[in-house]
Design a protein around this ligand. Structure first.
Ligand code: HGA
Length: 609
């Protein structure tokens, strides 16, 4: 969530800060702000509610100058959306930008008030900056020393960057609970919460580890680990392509990302399908046999769209590999007492690798006796990748639209490869692996074919955009797709949508059926189609309004709109049928005129629990 950018350079960095913080707007976008230290060693601060464009407008005629500075785009947790609550916050000569939540902020705040501090905002962040100031006033120690001491008093997450107008040569970064990376320039260095903010100035990054404190100067960087010993951290050269962060001919990133899926899946499969029959994961190398051969159960934990991907994978693990698999929402996993199955292997999924609920679940799982763990993630240097024993990358490329699309279909692609690999290792023969390799090879083409149905889906969107509620139905491995379709519609079109198992309709939700609640059904031609047709007839008999996506012509009644989609192999049908539902949500939102890439109240990577 909240985006952070900071820089210490030899040049005026105002334009860099504005441009880079705008890149992070997808993380939070209710307000933004920046602070610089000017030639007189004084803070200059500009803040604004709304999008970064508002901030840019406010800075326009100000002739701002500074070689060191901080910028922030906010997703509020403490205090409403207002200019006073926007970051950076200041206490005398110390300024801060922060991502996270301080759980004991009220207690510290009342202590600081007793010491005479006046609070200008309702944020927990302002508590940190006054605490630092108080400690420094009391002890006279350096900012680094007081930082060390103050952190022991804070409970919660507090990735942050701090600067001191009495010492304008350095920034201090603290990484705890959400990501921070250092971008290495020539005679200048940068800090951000996501590499895409810094790709215009560098490709070389250091990912700070949990608990790290870094002192960043224009010519040098010093990192202390959580035990406060000097730490050496690897420099990672990013392979993220700049084109991924341009909208190109598309109106919204989400549209671009939907149409990019054949390419993203090709990238995900690249160098992983060998000789048309074997799957190879370079991330695991030869240790894959050791990792998977003893497992007898899989426990998958994720949130939101990633959770839906895990639900599809449950069907694959059980039907193709005969391995029992349970799937759980990460926040629930961490909220209950668990009984871990014997020889259970723990799998997490997250696009960003920073999802706080999933990270917490992983940390808890390590104490529970799982056989091992693996994360499936789109971000190489992310916390989940760093903290997991094993990882597999989805290689979707940067996803900027807040509503996930290509990260979902590439997660499913990786999951299907994983299932195939595990079947071969457990069964000691590779017939299923060979079959899956063959099917995955044609998957990008299948997606290209379904994307061509966009015009017909736009026509359906025209009929549905003014509805207040919708139901999505799916059976078996199409149920998670119904959930994903409903989630997309809620996220970007602000239409209330629910997903139900087709077979469950008659156990209650059938009471909702009337002509005002359209029902969207994905019904691939398979052994379950006849059952789904029965459900459709039951809805029709009650006057329901049905829209079916199927590769069989379904024209049982007049109140059915049936869109015949191209043929697809049964195993990959969940991936394939996701596409029309993504397009449907997109086109409905487009007609409604919502802010598709940055829907209200949401943020891309949810780094708070
Ligand atoms: N708690 C701070 C920062 C919010 C945040 O990190 N969101 O992801 C605030 O409310 O300003």
């Amino acid at each position: 969530m909240c985006g952070i950018v900071a820089a210490v350079t030899q040049r005026n960095i105002i334009n860099f800060l504005l441009h880079s913080i705008q890149r992070l707007e997808y993380r939070g976008y209710d307000s933004s702000g920046l602070a610089l230290i000017d030639q007189n060693n004084k803070f200059v601060r500009v803040r604004s509610i709304g999008k970064v464009n508002q901030l840019i407008k406010k800075t326009k005629n100000k002739k701002l100058f500074g070689k060191i500075g901080l910028a922030h785009t906010r997703w509020a947790t403490h205090g409403k959306v207002s200019e006073e609550n926007a970051h950076p916050h200041v206490s005398s000569h110390i300024s801060i930008v922060h991502n996270g939540v301080i759980e004991n902020s009220f207690k510290i705040k009342s202590f600081l008030k007793e010491q005479g501090y006046i609070f200008y905002s309702d944020t927990d962040t302002e508590v940190i900056v006054h605490l630092l100031h108080w400690e420094q006033k009391k002890t006279g120690k350096s900012l680094l020393e007081i930082m060390n001491h103050s952190l022991t008093q804070l409970k919660g997450n507090y990735s942050m960057v701090v600067m001191d107008s009495n010492n304008s040569s350095k920034l201090i970064a603290v990484c705890s609970g959400s990501p921070l990376i250092i971008g290495l320039g020539i005679g200048e260095n940068f800090i951000a919460s996501d590499q895409i903010a810094l790709l215009s100035v560098t490709k070389n990054f250091i990912y700070l580890k949990e608990g790290d404190i870094a002192i960043v100067q224009s010519e040098k960087i010093k990192i202390f680990n959580k035990n406060r010993s000097i730490a050496q951290r690897k420099i990672i050269t990013s392979d993220v392509q700049y084109e991924y962060i341009k909208k190109g001919k598309y109106k919204y990133y989400m549209e671009k990302e939907i149409y990019e899926q054949p390419k993203s899946i090709r990238n995900t499969l690249k160098n992983r399908l060998k000789n048309n029959e074997t799957i190879y994961f370079s991330e695991l190398g030869i240790k894959e046999k050791n990792i998977f051969s003893h497992l007898e159960h899989i426990h998958m934990v994720a949130c939101g769209t990633s959770y839906h991907a895990a639900m599809v994978a449950k069907h694959w693990f059980e039907s193709l590999a005969n391995i029992p698999c349970d799937v759980e929402v990460a926040s629930e996993f961490s909220s209950r007492k668990l009984a871990v199955r014997k020889k259970s292997f723990f799998v997490t999924l997250s696009q960003s690798g920073e999802t706080a609920d999933t990270l917490t679940a992983l940390r808890i799982s390590k104490k529970l006796g799982y056989l091992g763990n693996l994360t499936i993630c789109n971000m190489k240097g992310s916390s989940l990748v760093q903290e997991s024993d094993n990882y597999l990358l989805t290689k979707a490329g940067v996803e900027i639209g807040v509503a996930s699309t290509k990260s979902f279909t590439t997660q499913l692609t990786v999951l299907l490869m994983l299932v195939a690999k595990i079947v071969s290792i457990k069964k000691k023969e590779n017939n299923i692996e060979k079959k899956i390799v063959k099917i995955l090879t044609i998957l990008p083409r299948r997606i290209e074919e379904i994307l061509k149905k966009n015009k017909q889906i736009q026509d359906i969107a025209k009929k549905l955009h003014n509805k207040k509620h919708m139901l999505f139905l799916g059976r078996s491995d199409q149920y998670p797709i119904a959930m994903e379709g409903a989630l997309k519609l809620k996220e970007i079109a602000y239409i209330h949508a629910e997903a139900y198992l087709s077979g469950e309709l008659k156990h209650g939700p059938l009471a909702l059926i009337d002509k005002d609640i359209p029902i969207i059904i994905t019904a691939p031609k398979n052994s379950l189609l006849e059952k789904t047709k029965k459900t459709i007839q039951e809805i029709c008999a009650r006057g329901g309004l049905i829209y079916v996506f199927s590769n069989e012509e379904i024209n049982l009644e007049t109140n059915i709109t049936s869109l015949k989609v191209p043929y697809v192999e049964e195993i990959i049908a969940p991936i394939f049928y996701t596409i029309p539902l993504q397009l449907l949500a997109y086109y409905i939102a487009l007609i409604k005129g919502t802010n598709i890439d940055q829907p209200r109240n949401l943020a891309k990577s949810v780094t708070v629990e």
